[in-house]
Design a protein around this ligand. Structure first.
Ligand code: CP
Ligand code: NVA
Length: 307
């Protein structure tokens, strides 16, 4: 696979292979230098190009490449200032030196343009305004550890129809998991994503949209939320905080889901806004498993792309 800009760059078969490999890498991590993949990326260089802040993606990509025997080059954000040179020129330089570049940026379109003008460079989306596919891989790895099978499972995403929601819908459809998405009016998933969901859906899994969060979570197996204001939307913070109030995931909302329903969040979380302390700190909360699995699933992705 040349690029990973979207979950849609995978098909169900390849997705299954990445998840299988991710589980194996997780089991074998304790072997350290004795793990069979310890040297798999020997001689490979991976650049990190982040135009927005990151803890989880940056750290797990860095450690992941190192654990596979490759090298990481952190490119400081100031070289990407538009008044210095276009990001497309930055990546055309990188193409001459590194094997892959992991990019966190604004418009998804920018990633497609970069992939097009740097055909030798493997491009990995580390989050754009529209999609967060690396997160979605870790999310389904986490679910597969908790659920024996995805058959008949349903997830509710409550909040903003944003990048994390889009990639979750893509991956869930491909695995045959039904998704309910509850958003305020005006914050729904883009129509394009609704069409993509229908196109990639397996085993009759469907996407259903709601405005009422209570209706969306009724009898689901997991409830997922994310911040109401994503990076780059900070000026809208006060308005969004008011508009999204009834979409908070709290104990009363969780009580409407199945009794053993899981809580999920990509992090960073704003406690007291999209989720209460009680829910995120409760035993049903998967948030740190999701964060841990960023490492294993991205290592699997890197192996699929670079070896
Ligand atoms: N979930 C996630 O992508 O976290 P970071 O923004 O810290 O990388
Ligand atoms: N929707 C959030 C996800 C952060 C990992 C954002 O884009 O800021």
């Amino acid at each position: 696979m040349q690029n990973f800009l979207s979950i849609l760059d995978l098909d169900p078969d390849r997705l299954g292979k990445v998840l299988e490999l991710a589980a194996k890498l997780k089991r074998e991590r304790v072997k350290g230098m004795k793990a069979p993949t310890w040297n798999a990326l020997n001689g490979k260089n991976v650049g990190l190009l982040f135009e927005k802040p990151s803890l989880r993606t940056r750290v797990t990509m860095t450690i992941g490449v190192r654990e596979l025997g490759g090298d990481i080059v952190e490119i400081p954000a100031d070289v990407m200032r538009a008044d210095r040179e276009p990001i497309q020129d930055v990546t055309r330089n990188l193409e001459r030196w590194v094997d892959a570049v992991v990019i966190r940026t604004f418009a998804q379109e920018r990633l497609s343009q970069i992939a097009e003008i740097t055909p030798k460079l493997h491009v990995i989306n580390a989050l754009s305004n529209e999609e967060h596919p690396c997160q979605a891989l870790a999310d389904v790895q986490t679910l597969s550890e908790k659920w024996r099978s995805f058959e008949g499972r349903r997830i509710a995403f409550v909040g903003d129809g944003n990048n994390v929601c889009t990639s979750l819908v893509h991956v869930a459809m491909m695995l045959g998991i039904a998704v309910h998405v509850a958003t305020p009016k005006g914050f729904e998933l883009p129509d394009e994503v609704v069409d993509q969901a229908a196109a990639v859906s397996q085993k009759g899994a469907g996407l259903t949209e709601f405005t009422d969060p209570k209706a969306a979570v009724r009898d689901v197996d997991a409830v997922y939320t994310d911040v109401w204001t994503s990076m780059g939307q900070e000026v809208e913070y006060a308005d969004r905080k008011k508009l999204f109030q009834r979409y908070q995931v709290n104990e009363a909302l969780m009580a409407l889901a199945k009794p053993d329903a899981l809580f999920m969040h990509c992090l960073p979380a704003h406690r007291g806004e999209e989720v209460t302390d009680e829910v995120i700190e409760s035993p049903i909360s998967m948030v740190f498993d999701q964060a841990e699995n960023r490492l294993h699933s991205q290592k699997a992705l890197l192996l699929q792309m670079l070896t």
